[in-house]
Design a protein around this ligand. Sequence first.
Ligand SMILES: [Fe+2]
Ligand SMILES: [Fe+2]
Length: 282
Amino acid sequence: MEFEELSRKLEKRESFPTLSGVISEIVHEIDAEKISMEDLGKIIQKDVSFAAHLVRQANSGAYVEAGRVSSVAQAVRAMGFRVLKGLCMTLPVFGRHKDVPGVSELWYHSRVASLCGRILSEKLQIGEKDEAETVGLLHDLGKVFLTLEMPDFMAKQSQVSGTPGSKADWMSEREHIGIDHCFIGSRYGRMFHFPGVILDPILWHHEPEKANQNKELAHICCLGDQIAAIVGAPHPDYPFVEPALRKSLDYLGIKMSLFQSILEECLKRASSVSLCDFETQS
Ligand SMILES: [Fe+2]
Ligand SMILES: [Fe+2]
């Protein structure tokens, strides 16, 4: 696909994965900011599969303060509207394409990165933890678009992944397509009215130093992304840790002892995320 054709596609909402009726309704109600958690829970229960997934996600170790979650209402209360909207945008998309090579692994990476972002926000007391978690959920969503639109390119990328000296995924994308998954992901988020505090970190998660606004959250997303690779949830098309890790540690003022305790916490919570999260997703 030519760069121009790809650019044209990115201008149209129909180029991005559509959301089912119930999921669209949930997103619409969250955006309108008028619904109660209880009423939103009733809408969610109309989609049994999605409701079951939410309860499972709410028990994934991110919301320890909520205790054991056994109902949709509890799940919504534990995660909040912002993360719920993030899951509406990601769970059905990843689930629908779970059999496409690399997609399940990318979901696992995204979920672990989102938990790591939440932990970083908590420990460093920077930003809102649910913002950091939502950014992590969405940060690599542009790769799903590329996997579906440019399967040959992405398959080639997977073949060279793991080769010492290979370029990072986003660099190869820019070199061969002229655009990267960060740009595509932020475009997707903008179409669904996410604010700049979510869009900027998605756009700059590999180059947080370039973010003009929301720079701290961009560094947190970058760090969460790299920590996910360290704790066993790497990108399927680039398993290495990038030098940006060091820059973000310095920018956020994280010393080695603190980094070690953050890693331990991330490792502990990552163990509650399963690769088989889509077993019941239609
Ligand atoms: Fe990325
Ligand atoms: Fe990533």
